[in-house]
Design a protein around this ligand. Structure first.
Ligand code: NAI
Ligand code: MG
Length: 366
């Protein structure tokens, strides 16, 4: 059940319980390095807020596929569905060419659990990035080109292959993502005195699919008076990229279909120094799953230099959406302190510390 609360991100699952079961899915690559840090953070913060976390270790990913023939075992889905209120997901490594029987488990998981929104706050702390950035990307999480309805056939005229993919935009999913984006904007309005929603689309070309996305976002905004003081904007996705890099301070809450949201959030990560610091949370009706925005980072795996901050911040987002905003703020504060003090940082932020040193510094501040 989603309700509006006092937290920075307003819309979250409210529960009265002080006991939560958290699924831990490291996945592949640096997911295995950062998810244990997420667990340590929860272990340390729980007792301070009278919250008891239980953990279930779960499998998914490329290695799981190689070992078992399934990238997303049924047991993982069932455990999350039946026994967990929250989870932390690391990253999975997906091959760039088609492998029979393999399909990205995080995409499948978002579908299986109805995780309709992926909320990605991108915020600079003094000393990172070159400009102040404070925005939230609300990425639709279940459809668009990610329904993976693809086919390849031979073109009769040219004899060459043609590959097609269906982009699906539905009124239902768009309404859901527009609603949560506007609730977040409303909360930011209360906190900062102003808030803007920017709807990202390409309806000048894709007049039906992106046209529907744009139309529904606007109608959700207009249909509820409570959103009246949130400013409403629209931006075509290509010029959105331009403006995001040229004047990121103009953006507040951005709502986007799945693919644009994915691309924009990795781009926005460059504005705050590294993909290694940008968190996300997948929000569904019955479970929330924190997930760093980055992938499995094969180029740095095993070197001990993966930045754990994106995962630590994802743990904070998880707590926020579980209805524990004070605990979430606590984690955010100590992460900001670590970044601001600028001494113990991993190479992606220009430092020479290990991920473990960063994790220990943050844990010691909790
Ligand atoms: P990536 O996000 O793994 O890496 C991009 C760049 O950012 C690399 O240079 C990497 O070293 C750096 N980076 C990422 N996270 C970092 C961290 N925590 N600390 C320091 N540096 C970090 O994206 P890439 O290389 O395109 O994809 C690698 C694999 O990850 C692919 O197989 C892809 O399918 C998968 N992937 C999985 C995702 C998921 O599970 N949700 C999301 C994105 C990619
Ligand atoms: Mg991505």
């Amino acid at each position: 059940m989603l309700r509006v609360g006092r937290g920075q991100l307003s819309t979250r699952t409210y529960v009265t319980s002080k006991s939560f079961t958290i699924g831990l899915i490291p996945g592949d690559g640096i997911g295995k390095e950062v998810i244990p840090v997420g667990r340590k953070v929860l272990e340390k913060i729980g007792p301070k807020y009278g919250v008891d976390f239980k953990y279930i270790d779960l499998q998914a990913g490329w290695q799981t596929f190689l070992d078992t023939g399934k990238a997303l075992p049924d047991d993982t889905v069932e455990q999350l569905r039946n026994n967990c209120q929250g989870a932390l997901f690391g990253a999975v490594q997906s091959p760039t060419t088609k492998v029979q029987g393999y399909s990205s488990p995080i995409v499948a998981l978002r579908k299986a659990l109805g995780l309709y929104a992926n909320i990605r706050p991108v915020k600079s702390v003094d000393g990172t990035g070159d400009r102040p950035v404070d925005l939230v990307i609300a990425r639709e999480n279940t459809e668009d080109l990610y329904i993976k309805s693809e086919r390849t056939y031979i073109d009769k005229e040219t004899g060459g292959r043609v590959a097609e993919a269906i982009k699906r935009i539905s009124e239902h999913a768009t309404r859901n993502i527009a609603n949560i984006a506007l609730e977040i904007a409303l909360q930011r309005l209360k906190e900062k005195g102003h808030a803007t929603l920017t709807v990202t689309h390409k309806s000048n070309v894709l007049s039906q699919s992106d046209g529907l996305f744009r139309e529904i976002c606007k109608s959700v905004y207009q249909s509820n008076k409570k959103f009246a003081n949130v400013q409403y904007n629209e931006q075509i996705v290509d010029s959105m990229v331009y403006r995001l890099f040229k004047e990121p301070q103009c953006f507040d809450v951005i709502v986007a279909p799945n693919l644009y949201g994915d691309i924009l959030s990795d781009g926005a990560a460059a504005l705050v120094g590294s993909l290694g610091v940008v968190p996300s949370v997948n929000v569904g009706p019955n479970i929330v799953i924190g997930e760093p925005c980055h992938g499995s980072a094969p180029d740095i795996v095993g070197q001990g230099i993966a930045n754990p901050i994106a995962t630590i911040r994802s743990a904070a987002l998880l707590l926020e959406f579980l209805g524990l905003p004070e605990a979430a703020r606590h984690i955010e504060k100590v992460v900001d302190e670590n970044i601001r003090e600028n001494k113990i940082k991993t190479p992606d932020l220009g430092g020479n510390s290990t991920g473990e040193q960063v994790a220990n510094d943050i844990l010691s501040r909790i």
